[in-house]
Design a protein around this ligand. Structure first.
Ligand code: PLP
Length: 379
């Protein structure tokens, strides 16, 4: 059996271990410490726009705190992109609120501004003003942020930007993760950089970030004894994980460059295959980190699943696109506004091996196996 080629696996740089060792040597093995503060500063400096950052235990925790701070409560409604990973929507349910799912558009595969506005108008007509809008930048591709922010402003609904997959991407030269009233990042093991597990909450509102750090460390009031006037959470990042993160932030620009070059490789290799359509940046306003290289397979001799299984036979991991949330059994009762775009993406879309540690030999192996599957008669 050939060695496994992963969809997206951790890729350490030169200094992660040094930072972790420093944490050991100074005995900062706690869910706070100098690397946590350092990582927050590194992320804020990278993103620009005068943002403040709280390093947390996961992207999911960051989304949960964002909704809590925006005042989402039981019985409320929160609009969420349907085409996403379940972690975008689950925190809505943690709060006892109801997700209202909105379909994708064709260009970026992210939230459709048309369906967003239709959803808002319909919910308002029903007497339910949505408390927040969760927009996602899938696979690193920026959503149509100008249009989405304009709609959010018009109806005065705060945007929570799920940039878990989009660190290093930008829209009109502004880094993703700086557009929302609050934004989140993930440093899970499969993301463009990783702290093994971790995330961050980002906002220009410093009070909110301070509040998130307070809630993330069990909401201890300022007293010598343990005094609590809020329900707290154990959501802070550990100093060990933050040490890994500091090393990873140093290599982030190279990781983006390599992931973008993976995408270019696939696009050039399969340029002549009519049944394969790559997710192109719509124009120069859009800059994707290409966290995952994705492709739609439609109208040819083979379908997505045949291709995926063919790759799997050679120990190459590829994966269907996210299954939309409105099709998930757990969210079967949630309202949905759309036209079937995300369903088609799910039926025919595939994520190809995209790690920044893929070698040319790995890429050539993927190419060979894909060509075999695409042109079965010529092999
Ligand atoms: C990974 C991911 C998350 C969750 O991040 P974790 O750090 O794994 O909790 C949320 N949203 C999207 C779109 C993701 O891809």
């Amino acid at each position: 059996m050939n060695e496994k080629i992963w969809l997206s696996s951790p890729h350490m740089g030169d200094n992660e271990f040094k930072y972790v060792q420093e944490a050991f040597e100074t005995n900062w093995i706690a869910p706070l410490g100098p690397h946590v503060n350092g990582l927050e500063e590194d992320i804020a400096a990278y993103l620009g726009e005068d943002v403040h950052v709280a390093a947390l235990s996961s992207g999911t925790a960051a989304l949960h705190l964002a909704l809590i701070i925006l005042g989402v409560k039981a019985g409320d409604e929160v609009i969420c992109q349907t085409m996403t990973f379940s972690a975008s929507a689950n925190p809505i349910a943690y709060q006892g609120a109801t997700p209202v799912f909105v379909d994708s558009e064709e260009q970026t595969w992210n939230m459709s501004p048309e369906h967003l506005e239709a959803a808002i108008q319909d919910r308002l007509a029903l007497g339910k003003k949505p408390k927040a809008i969760i927009v996602v930048h899938l696979y690193g591709m920026p959503a149509q942020m100008d249009r989405i922010m304009a709609i959010a402003d018009k109806y005065e609904i705060p945007v929570v930007e799920d940039a878990a997959e989009a660190l290093g991407s930008s829209y009109k030269g502004q880094k993703l993760g700086t557009f929302g009233a609050m934004s989140i990042l993930s440093f899970n093991g499969n993301k463009i950089i990783t702290t093994s597990g971790g995330g961050a909450l980002i906002s220009k509102n410093e009070e909110w970030i301070k509040q998130s750090r307070f809630l993330a460390t069990q909401a201890r009031d300022n007293a010598p004894h343990y005094q609590h006037s809020h329900i707290g959470y154990n959501y802070r990042m550990s100093n060990i994980c933050a040490g890994i993160g500091r090393g990873q932030m140093e290599v982030l620009p190279q990781r983006v460059e390599k992931r973008r070059s993976n995408y270019e490789f696939y696009k050039e290799t399969f340029a002549g295959v009519d049944s394969m359509r790559f997710a192109e940046e719509p124009n120069e306003d859009y800059y994707s980190n290409r966290w995952l290289s994705t492709v739609m397979i439609e109208g040819g001799e083979i379908d997505r699943e045949t291709l995926r299984l063919h790759l799997e036979q050679d120990n190459i991991e590829s994966r269907p696109l996210w299954k939309p949330m409105h099709l998930q059994p757990v969210f079967a009762d949630a309202p949905f506004y759309g036209d079937g775009t995300s369903e088609r993406l799910f039926e025919n879309g595939l994520c190809l091996p995209s790690g920044s540690n893929l070698t040319n030999t790995d890429l050539d192996r993927v190419k060979k196996r894909m060509l075999e599957a695409l042109h079965p008669k010529q092999v």
